[in-house]
Design a binder for this molecule. Structure first.
Ligand code: SF4
Ligand code: SF4
Length: 373
C-alpha cells in the first residue's frame, strides 16, 4: 500500500462524506464507528456526513475506555470488540427448516440469508487478515458455506491504516498490520488534513475514479508510509515467534496451564471478540404443534462446557484443558489447518478478558521455558 503507483490519490477530510455518499448511491448500507455502551461498534450511518470525529480509546489487559483524540481525527480509535466477522459469519442464523406436509412427510427447505450490500468504513489491517482466515475456513473449494459466501460477497471494505495502535495491539509481530496490505476495496491513511487513498479492487478503483481525486504528493505518500512504520515500532506487545506450533505442542503438561486456569473464568469473552474464531453450535427449534422445526447455527466457544462433550463424556472437562485448547489451536495447530497462526494480533482477547489474561504473556511463559522431556 502507498508506494510506487500513480493510483495513489489524496482526499481532503471534507471529501470523506462524498466517498460515503458515492457508496450509498451505489446501494451500500454504510457502517461506521458509533459509541454504544461505552465501546466503539460499527453501526449504519444515517447520512454521508455522519462519521464521528475525535473518538479514541485507551486499552490495557481487562480495560477499555473511550477517550478524546486531541487532533480530532476520524480514525484515531483502535478496534472495539467487533471485527468484520459478524457481517460475514452471523452470530446466529437459521440454516434450514423442516415442515411436515399434508401426507405427514418431512420437507426440508434451505433458509436464504438476508445479505444487504454493506460498506464497512474504518476496518483495520488485522481484521482484513482475520477475514482472509475466515475465508479460508468458510469458502474452501470442496464445501463452501453458502450463508457466509453470500454475506461475504456483499461486503465493500474501506480500510484505514492505524496511526496509533492500542496498548494491547501486536499486529506488527504477527505480520498483519498496522498498515493494510491486501483484502480491501479502498485503503486510507489519515494525515492532518486528509487521506492518502489507494484502491485494492476494481470496485474500489471505480469509486475513487468517480471522485477525480488529485494524485497524492510524494511528501504525502512518504508521510503515510512513515506513519505506518512509527505505529508498528510503537507496539510494545509481541508474540515470541510466528510459528509456535512445536513449542506449544511439546508443553501440553506444563505447569503454566494450571496457573492460567486458576485465573481464567472460562467466560468465553476472548473467543467472542476474536476475529478469527469460527467454532459454532447448531440447534433445532421446533415450533409448538410439532409441524415445523427450524435449524439454527450460532457462535460457540471452546470455553463452553458443551463444546467438549463427545459421545457421553467431556474431552475438556476443566478450565485448564479449555484454555490449553484455545491457545494451542489458535497459535499452534492452526498452522496445520491453514498454514499460519490463527492470531492476527488485534489484542481484543487481552482488552476484553475480565481478568486481564494476556495471550502474549502466556505464550512467552510457555515458549521461553524448558520443554518437557
Ligand atoms: S481467558 Fe479471559 S476472556 Fe478468555 S475465557 Fe478466560 S477469563 Fe474469559
Ligand atoms: S487471539 Fe486475541 S489477539 Fe489474536 S486475533 Fe484473536 S482476539 Fe486478536
Amino acid at each position: 500500500m502507498f508506494s510506487g503507483s500513480d493510483q495513489i490519490g489524496y482526499m481532503r477530510h471534507e471529501q470523506l462524506a462524498t466517498l460515503v455518499a458515492r457508496l450509498m448511491a451505489l446501494g451500500y448500507r454504510c457502517l461506521g464507528p458509533a459509541v454504544e455502551n461505552g465501546a466503539i461498534v460499527m453501526r449504519e450511518l444515517a447520512a454521508p456526513d455522519a462519521l464521528p470525529r475525535g473518538l479514541q480509546t485507551e486499552q490495557a489487559p481487562g480495560r477499555y475506555r473511550l477517550t478524546q483524540d486531541p487532533l480530532n481525527r476520524y480514525f484515531a480509535w483502535t478496534n472495539g470488540p467487533q471485527a468484520i466477522k459478524p457481517h460475514a459469519f452471523a452470530p446466529e442464523e437459521s440454516l434450514w427448516r423442516a415442515e411436515r406436509n399434508e401426507h405427514g412427510r418431512l420437507q426440508f427447505t434451505a433458509v436464504e440469508p438476508e445479505a444487504p450490500a454493506l460498506a464497512l468504513i474504518g476496518v483495520r489491517a488485522c481484521d482484513l487478515a482475520a477475514l482472509a482466515l475466515q475465508d479460508a475456513h468458510f469458502l474452501r473449494a470442496t464445501r463452501p458455506d453458502a450463508h457466509y459466501a453470500r454475506r461475504r460477497a456483499q461486503l465493500f471494505l474501506v480500510a484505514v491504516q492505524c496511526a496509533e495502535p492500542g496498548a494491547t495491539c501486536f499486529c506488527a509481530s504477527t505480520g498483519d498490520g498496522p498498515t493494510p496490505r491486501a483484502g480491501y476495496d479502498i485503503a486510507l491513511a489519515e494525515l492532518p488534513d486528509g487521506f492518502v487513498t489507494v484502491a485494492g479492487s476494481p470496485r474500489g478503483t471505480e469509486v475513487l475514479s468517480s471522485m477525480n481525486l488529485p494524485p497524492a504528493t510524494p511528501a504525502q505518500v512518504e508521510a503515510a508510509a512513515q506513519q505506518g512504520q512509527t505505529a508498528a515500532a510503537s507496539q510494545k506487545r509481541r508474540l515470541p515467534g510466528r510459528n509456535l506450533r512445536d513449542a506449544l505442542m511439546s508443553r501440553l503438561e506444563h505447569p503454566q496451564w494450571d496457573k492460567v486456569a486458576a485465573r481464567c473464568l472460562a467466560c468465553g469473552n476472548c473467543t467472542a471478540v476474536c476475529p478469527t474464531c469460527f467454532c459454532h453450535a447448531e440447534r433445532d427449534e421446533p415450533v409448538l404443534g410439532g409441524q415445523v422445526s427450524g435449524h439454527v447455527r450460532m457462535w460457540d466457544s471452546c470455553f463452553d462446557e458443551g463444546h467438549g462433550y463427545l459421545h457421553g463424556f467431556n474431552v475438556r472437562p476443566d478450565t485448564r484443558s479449555r484454555y490449553r485448547q484455545w491457545l494451542t489451536h489458535k497459535l499452534g495447530t492452526w498452522h496445520d489447518q491453514y498454514g499460519r497462526s490463527g492470531c492476527v494480533g488485534c489484542g481484543r482477547c487481552i482488552s476484553w478478558c475480565p481478568v486481564g489474561i494476556d495471550l502474549t504473556e502466556e505464550a512467552a511463559a510457555l515458549v521461553n521455558s524448558e520443554a518437557q522431556p
